[in-house]
Write a protein of this length. Structure first.
Lengths: 418, 542
């Protein structure tokens, strides 16, 4: 039998707060099987990285074996001599060269021609669909990660079970299951000059918000205070990356470092989500060098550092990149690319069936294209997300996570080793 | 505005609030409500004085801001250097900053930007001006007597969002706010739409400046002069301030390759999806392409020097274009104006923008009644923003008890309302703007053309709430609106009346009293009590 910690806390724990007892302490006692903070967990972890702005999948995982690719992109194609070849047909953008090692040791795979069945070319809509997990349905209130958390409650869910890194909670995490937005791990919590003053002020605000009744203010604040307590116990603040990992400067490197930090703190993190932006390359996209190359280089270095930092812990970690759609096959008049359809995604980690470009490649010939201009979608993004949820995290009810979509394991691309 | 119109408008509104379903709001609650929604929250004592003077009269005054004296803001604005510079001044400063950075790169000085920023120089000056730009928005919201106009400036700035971090928008944004958004914030929607379409900031942000008819070529020009001459051909993208000294054939070849050679759909799509019709507005991908064709040639003259709008005849697509079934015959620049007017007055546009206004002023999920009233006013007045707002402010939905204290404040609304309630006097340093940023809403820094969201699920999460509590404690330290009364019960009641308009819950009062019971220093007790009140759940709502 399992007890939802939150139900327990809400039902019985709060009355004890005013007596000075910590509901988390009690809660932890309520499910003795739960790992204690600081002890390594074997729980599977998923890290999602959203490349907002629609990454050009064709210049990320380059189909250098296709003549059309070079014909349609005279100014921005990656010259075959620069591509880091993977299998004779596809290759990595040279900016991602730092990931070749992971490809070779089979912990990195790419999925090409993946995307949404909805044909929208609006960033806003397509991101919304990818986060709600219901392409074409705008009224879905919650995100698919949150729905997974709602329906698979047998885990000992701490407030850190699902964490979005950034100032605002992303759509993908929105919903009735607890989830947390962290903008800066070091500064998380109530600030005060001394520890005693901080604890007192934290308690005061906690009490204030207990009177907030129901609703988002009440539940969000409670989650916040629980998280503060848990993080304080885990004390991951003296953090140094391990194994010589060198995160690149910038927001992405900082975020992945904090995710690694939280994983190692063993505070119950199961799903982490972060954004990285700058992929909307309408103008002067560049080729082996330039705008996109700089973003990919940062991405490659950050992923490589994350992998190195976590070391053995990558056994239980899968990192997934996603982007709302791809870009036009043909370059536009500004040496850039416009909004397209299918793109490419990366999966990295111990459980990954790596060293392969997965999914069915539709080809770039005119008759193989979507609406005559874009890479056609041959893998519905829900098939990949569903596979990772089921085979990595052990989700039991995918129809609840992706309502209106019947997931067929026969359509899984095989991203996770079975 | 003609006097007769004013008279009619006053007549229409003097009798309001209209028959709202019982239980109606009290006069004081009405004043508190209006000050929270049409303004950035009440200053100490303001709800009472407004309740006495008449809420509807105040709304009328706010809808006619040019007749509201605003000497304190005028005085304060003089301290902002950013207002002394025009677009080309700022372009020059940007150029200097880029040169400083290039020089450092050339010299191989591998200095992190943060260290460079601390030493005086063009980069530091540019960064400081950027901070001023953000802080100016906070100061205006906090200090201005023309509160509704400031609220609408924020609304339109989000509706027609431009990301300040995109290349030349770093120096184009100040004039976008001053010359494009502010003068039209309470004017006609159509005029505002046209102003944004022609603004260098928007033309650059959504790439229309680069959109040209396929196959079109600029007229032959003389070889580029050595310095920035009047005929210097604008360069597109990349480093806007790269100099032309020593340009060789390879450089020229590269420059030719960078010349735009086709249409760019970006502005066309966002114009229909976000600015006018809405995502369900019934347009197709072909409409997007045709709108982009209409706007070919709408560009910026010498963007790197901060010049203004230009219509490049040579870049314009001369064919006929069909948008939403309507044919736009070749008419050069005028085609775009006609298209904007056409879009501004589509039913879908009226509904989309009215619903957004109601989400801001009435409720996160606004009832149909207020939206319909706004649409009707829009239709009747051809999109007079004041008439649309008046329709919302006089709709029963606005005055319904279920609208009272039920909307969560955005980070900007939270910080500014706390500053106003606590009587904090903001300066030109970007301290308050920094607080707004830490709560998740760095001003002008939303990269997506959607702008920032209005509804609570985007702003309420555990991390952001903790940040609000921290911000409240910071602001409370400078509180001047409540006397540091040694009697704690009187202190907390004063806070309830002055800061919370009497809406403080019994629970909040008890918790605050308990927390300050052992603080004997009246100043410290006040700081703690005000901080808890501002950071607590009651003050998050409006």
């Amino acid at each position: 039998m399992t007890i939802s910690r939150r139900v327990f806390v809400k039902a019985g724990g709060l009355a004890l707060v005013s007596l000075g007892l910590d509901p988390l302490f009690l809660a932890r006692a309520a499910f003795a099987a739960a790992p204690r903070p600081g002890s390594p967990t074997t729980r599977p972890i998923l890290v999602c990285l959203f490349q907002r702005g629609a990454v050009d999948g064709l210049n990320m995982i380059v189909p250098h074996g296709e003549r059309t690719y070079y014909d349609d992109r005279p100014r921005i194609a990656i010259p075959a001599t620069d591509v880091v070849d993977l299998d004779g047909h596809f290759g990595l953008h040279p900016g991602l060269a730092s990931l070749k090692e992971l490809w070779d040791n089979k912990s990195l795979a790419a999925i090409h021609a993946i995307g949404s069945p909805d044909s929208t070319r609006s960033h806003f809509d397509a991101q919304d669909y990818m986060e709600s997990g219901t392409p074409g349905v705008k009224s879905t209130a919650d995100g698919w990660v949150n729905r997974y958390c709602q329906h698979d409650r047998e885990h000992a869910d701490t407030p850190f079970r699902a964490v979005g890194f950034g100032p605002q909670l992303p759509r993908i995490l929105a919903g009735s299951a607890p989830s947390l937005a962290i903008d800066d791990l070091q500064a998380f919590g109530i600030r005060a000059p001394q520890d005693a003053a901080r604890d007192r002020l934290t308690r005061a605000f906690e009490e204030l918000y207990e009177g907030a009744g129901t609703g988002l203010l009440a539940s969000s604040s409670q989650e916040g205070f629980e998280a503060v307590q848990l993080l304080k116990r885990a004390n991951p603040m003296q953090y140094r990356p391990e194994h010589g990992a060198d995160y690149p400067p910038g927001r992405l490197g900082k975020t992945l470092l904090e995710i690694a930090q939280l994983i190692k703190a063993d505070v119950g993190l199961e799903i982490a989500f972060a954004d990285c932006s700058g992929w909307d390359t309408h103008v002067n996209q560049g080729s082996s060098d330039g705008q996109l190359a700089a973003r990919l280089k940062e991405l490659g270095l950050a992923l490589a550092a994350f992998n190195r930092d976590l070391g053995d812990r990558m056994r239980n970690v899968v990192l997934l990149t996603m982007s709302e759609f791809g870009r036009t096959i043909r370059e536009n008049g500004n040496s850039g690319t416009d909004h397209g359809h299918a793109t490419a995604m990366l999966v990295l980690g111990g459980p990954v069936n790596g060293g392969r470009v997965l999914g069915r490649w539709p080809g770039l010939a005119m008759e193989q294209r979507f609406e005559g201009r874009d890479v056609a979608v041959t893998t519905d993004f829900r098939d990949l997300f569903g596979e990772i949820l089921a085979r990595h995290l052990g989700a039991t009810d995918l129809s609840a996570v992706f309502p209106g979509f019947s997931l067929d394991p026969g359509k899984f691309v095989g991203a996770i080793r079975s | 505005m003609p006097l007769t119109v004013i008279a009619i408008l006053c007549l229409q509104t003097v009798q309001a609030p209209p028959a709202a379903p019982a239980p109606a709001l009290t006069a004081r609650d009405s004043a508190f409500h209006v000050l929270n929604r049409l303004a950035y929250g009440p200053r100490a004592g303001e709800a009472d004085s407004l309740a006495k003077a008449g809420v509807m009269r105040w709304i009328d005054q706010q809808l006619d801001p040019d007749h509201v004296p605003d000497p304190r803001l005028a005085e304060r604005e003089k301290q902002f250097k950013i207002l002394d510079y025009n677009r080309s001044d700022l372009a020059g400063r940007y150029r200097d900053a880029v040169r400083e950075r290039q020089r450092m790169q050339r010299e191989g000085r591998d200095t992190p930007d943060s260290i460079v920023m601390r030493s005086p120089g063009p980069m530091r000056e540019l960064r400081d001006l950027g901070g001023e730009l953000q802080q100016l928005a906070v100061v205006r919201a906090a200090v201005s007597e023309r509160q509704l106009r400031e609220v609408m400036v924020d609304f339109w700035t989000n509706h027609f969002n431009v990301f300040v971090g995109k290349g030349q928008d770093r120096f184009l944004l100040p004039s976008y706010i001053e010359e494009t958004i502010r003068p039209h914030a309470l004017g006609r929607f159509e005029d505002l739409l046209i102003a944004t379409a022609r603004s260098p900031a928007m033309l650059f942000y959504l790439d229309n400046a680069q959109s040209v008819a396929p196959g079109s070529m600029p007229p032959q020009r003389r070889p580029p002069p050595i310095t920035f001459g009047p005929f210097g051909r604008p360069r597109f993208g990349g480093d806007p301030f790269g100099r032309r000294f020593g340009m060789n054939d390879a450089d020229r070849q590269r420059q030719r390759q960078r010349q735009p050679t086709g249409i760019n759909e970006n502005y066309a799509r966002e114009l229909m999806e976000l600015h006018t019709l809405g995502v369900d507005g019934g347009y197709t991908q072909q409409d997007v392409i045709n709108v982009a064709r209409v706007f070919t040639g709408w560009s910026i003259e010498s963007p790197e020097r901060g010049s203004g709008f230009v219509f490049r005849d040579w870049a314009h697509d001369r064919g006929n274009k069909i948008v939403l079934g309507q044919t736009f015959k070749d008419a050069g620049e005028d085609e775009g104006i006609r298209l904007l007017k056409f879009l501004a007055n589509q039913r879908a546009t009226m509904h989309h923008v009215s619903a957004k206004l109601c989400t801001r002023f009435v409720a996160d999920d606004p009832p149909d009644g207020c939206i319909d009233a706004a649409v009707a006013a829009w239709q009747k007045t051809n999109g007079d923003i004041r008439a649309v707002l008046r329709a919302i402010f006089t709709s029963p939905d606005f005055w319904a008890p279920q609208a009272f204290q039920t909307k969560v404040k955005t980070p900007l609304e939270f910080v500014v309302s706390a500053v106003r309630a606590a009587g904090v006097d903001p300066d030109t340093t970007p301290r308050l703007a920094g607080l707004v940023a830490r709560l998740g809403e760095p001003l002008y820094q939303q990269p997506a053309p959607t702008g920032y969201a209005e509804t609570e699920e985007h702003w309420v999460n555990s991390g952001a709430l903790l940040a609000r509590m921290n911000a409240a404690m910071v602001i409370a330290r400078e509180c001047s609106s409540v006397q540091p009364l040694p009697d704690h019960a009187r202190l907390v009641e004063a806070i309830n009346q002055q800061l919370l308009g009497g809406t403080m819950s019994a629970h909040t009062r008890d918790v605050i009293l308990e927390q300050i019971v052992d603080i004997s220093d009246p100043m410290q007790a006040r700081a703690m009590a005000v901080g808890l009140a501002l950071g607590g759940p009651d003050f998050q709502k409006q």
